[in-house]
Design a protein around this ligand. Structure first.
Ligand SMILES: [Zn+2]
Length: 389
């Protein structure tokens, strides 16, 4: 099959590359997926089941081997680094034994897709490459503004019917976007820019990821240490959560809406239970708990080292490790409380909170009875508002 193969562009999605292959060769969407993606009975472009092994063979190395295709054109690498997918799953995808839908490879999910573009990127892409294309980093659900230009991305849904029939590029759809299709929140732009940069950093990370088990454990223990996770494995629901994160409610709700998180409990899907993870929701946790991708990554790498047999953890079960870790953390916070008590004549709950905010919050969430006995609440005043009902 003689085909014209366009050059793969920086930060391009697999969908976008396929759209340009279709245009270069005058092929319909269905023709592309049936011939190139190994789904001979496909009835939908966006929903077809992709055989990446087949695609890499048909392309004859034009876009690298299957692992290069996965790394550069899909969002699977970032999902792997967040512990959302296992190495074994990636291996099956690479061998063509597990076929994900095209939308899952681009957006991490197959429903409620929000397509996003940056007008500045579009202008630059046209000037540099002669075409505006879909950027991979823009499609991450927690990415609300462009990490390069700092501008809000235009976000919109596209009719499923059109997506079934053909591949669309940004210039096919921009006329459909009304100027008020996106709510502008200029006051929170700085917060959103941080999330965009974090996603880009995670996406471009080329280092060897830590094991999924280590990643899950790091999320869990960090939530526990900061007092956000009670023993019953539920995230705390008080306004302290929001205050500590330094986010205002509007920014927070806007981000949650984009990621599809309705309750903070959903951050623990796939970590505390076997429910399917909400793609990229853990990026929000990385930002809140570690502040940067580098710190999170280092924590995961250390956890991998600690988990090696012979490092004192290998012989114990996960439950035993978690329990002993909890005892250690409880001891540290109790000590902080006792030190505060011995340092002043009239210890109060407020004074303790001001002196050791982290410990006060942790004890309140996880060891309340002990705290009430050590520093009883004198006036019964509860001015905290519930963040989540
Ligand atoms: Zn841009």
């Amino acid at each position: 099959m003689q085909m014209t193969l366009p050059m793969q562009l920086p930060d391009e999605t697999l969908y976008s590359l396929l759209a340009r292959i279709a245009i270069s060769n005058g092929m319909s969407g269905i023709e592309i997926v049936r011939r190139l993606l190994g789904d001979p009975n496909a009835l939908s472009s966006i929903g077809c089941k992709v055989d990446l092994h087949h695609f890499s063979i048909i392309m004859d190395g034009a876009y690298g081997g299957v692992s290069e295709i996965i790394s550069a054109l899909t969002i699977l690498p970032i999902q792997r680094r967040l512990g959302e997918v296992e190495d074994s799953e990636l291996a099956l995808v690479g061998e063509g034994k597990r076929r994900l839908s095209l939308d899952a490879l681009v957006f991490g999910r197959d429903r409620g897709l929000k397509w996003k573009i940056c007008h500045e990127c579009m202008k630059e892409d046209v000037a540099t490459y002669g075409v505006a294309y879909w950027h991979r980093s823009h499609q991450i659900t927690s990415t609300i503004c462009c990490s390069k230009h700092g501008e809000y991305l235009r976000s919109f849904a596209l009719p499923r019917r059109e997506l079934h029939e053909q591949f669309l590029l940004p210039h096919n759809v921009t006329h459909k976007i009304s100027p008020d299709a996106f709510v502008i929140q200029t006051d929170n732009l700085g917060i959103y820019a941080e999330f965009s940069l974090l996603a880009k950093e995670a996406l471009n990370d080329t280092g060897l990821p830590a094991s999924t088990m280590a990643i899950h454990r790091v999320f869990k223990t960090s939530l526990m240490e900061l007092g956000f996770l009670a023993r019953r494995e539920d995230i705390c629901k008080r306004s302290t959560f929001l205050r500590e994160l330094g986010l205002n409610e509007r920014a927070y709700n806007f981000l949650l809406d984009h990621v599809g998180v309705r309750s903070p409990r959903q951050f623990l899907y796939g970590i505390a239970d076997n429910r399917p993870v909400l793609p990229f929701s853990r990026l929000m946790l990385v930002h809140w708990l570690f502040g940067s991708w580098k710190v999170f990554k280092q924590r995961c790498q250390w956890q991998d080292v600690l988990d090696q047999p012979g490092n004192g953890h290998g012989a114990t079960t996960n439950e035993e490790q978690n329990s002993s870790r909890l005892d250690e953390v409880r001891h540290i916070h109790r000590q902080a409380c006792l030190e505060y008590k011995s340092s002043c004549e009239r210890p109060t709950r407020l004074g303790f909170t001001r002196t050791a905010q982290l410990s006060a919050r942790w004890l309140l969430q996880n060891d309340r009875q002990w705290l009430d006995e050590e520093i009883p609440v004198l006036s019964h005043r509860n001015d905290q508002k519930k963040l989540f009902d």
